[in-house]
Design a protein around this ligand. Structure first.
Ligand SMILES: [Zn+2]
Length: 285
């Protein structure tokens, strides 16, 4: 499943091809993905110019004056910018035909949405509103690129304050999208290892200093993953779901029973919040 770094890598890769382009036509080869495709995609989007390509959590937003196309890649979705005459492959569900960069009105390329398992979505967010899927989301773990965000910033103090009195495991707390967005299982496991915090500790029992380390670890690991992902835009999924480029550098995720890379102790594995969790009981307390 694409995680936040892969979605951000996708956004950064698409933006130069989409910014300033006018959508000439929308071709929908089915009426639904995970949910029905919003009627506005075919009714309002054609004729509109793409003014920004943004990411919020794992959603991508194509902003226009009429509103924003809101996309999610789900489990298996991908977006590619292709010459307009590129033959169809299986599961190519949606094309947005774009004008040529010269502004002549001639078609140049298209943005093609492929999604074999159809857990992705293509929805619509009216201008000036937050779609209901975005309304309850916590802060971004990475500094947004010039995007003013409402609500609190992600920091150790923020996590500390929010976690007081909570008995849920700190790993479950960290993966809650209302707390902070985009920290999936891999990145939660690795961040907790880097911060030296056992994933099964009650969130309310982790110190302020612990959360300061944890917030820094989350930001550092996600930033690193995005940098590594920048050169492998589409080949990021390995069979077990770990991003291929990152796999060699994982300290705990997917390594249950293997020796800790820091101290040599055998890594523990258990379910926490119904998610496979691996940690070092010597390095993480
Ligand atoms: Zn260890």
């Amino acid at each position: 499943m694409p995680e936040l770094p892969e979605v951000e890598t996708t956004r950064a890769g698409l933006a130069p091809h989409l910014l300033g382009r006018r959508v000439l036509a929308a071709t929908l080869r089915r009426s639904d993905l995970r949910w029905p495709i919003a009627a506005e995609i075919s009714q309002l989007l054609p004729g509109q110019r793409i003014l920004a390509v943004r990411r919020r959590a794992k959603y991508l937003l194509l902003d226009t004056a009429a509103g924003s196309a809101l996309l999610h890649l789900g489990m298996s979705g991908s977006l590619r910018v292709l010459p307009a005459d590129t033959p169809l492959r299986s599961h190519d569900h949606v094309d947005l035909l774009l004008d040529a960069a010269s502004g002549t009105g001639a078609s140049g390329h298209l943005l093609r949405f492929n999604d074999p398992r159809r857990f992705g979505c293509l929805l619509w967010q009216p201008s000036g509103q937050d779609h209901r899927l975005l309304a309850a989301l916590g802060p971004e773990p990475l500094p947004a690129d010039g995007e003013p965000t409402s609500g609190p910033d992600f920091s150790g103090d923020y996590l500390f304050m929010l976690s007081r009195g909570r008995s849920a495991a700190v790993k479950t707390f960290l993966m809650d999208q209302r707390v902070v967005v985009g920290v999936g299982n891999i990145y939660a496991a690795e961040s907790l290892f880097m911060a030296g915090i056992a994933p099964d500790r009650p969130a309310g029992k982790v110190s302020r200093a612990g959360y300061v380390k944890l917030a820094a670890s989350v930001t550092s690991i996600l930033t690193h993953a995005i940098q590594r992902g920048g050169t492998t835009l589409r080949d990021f999924i390995s069979p077990d779901g770990a991003p291929g480029y990152f796999e060699q550098e994982l300290f705990v995720y997917g390594r249950g029973g293997e020796p800790c890379r820091l101290c040599g102790a055998l890594l523990r594995q258990s379910q926490i919040g119904q998610r496979a969790s691996v940690w070092c009981s010597r390095c993480q307390r």
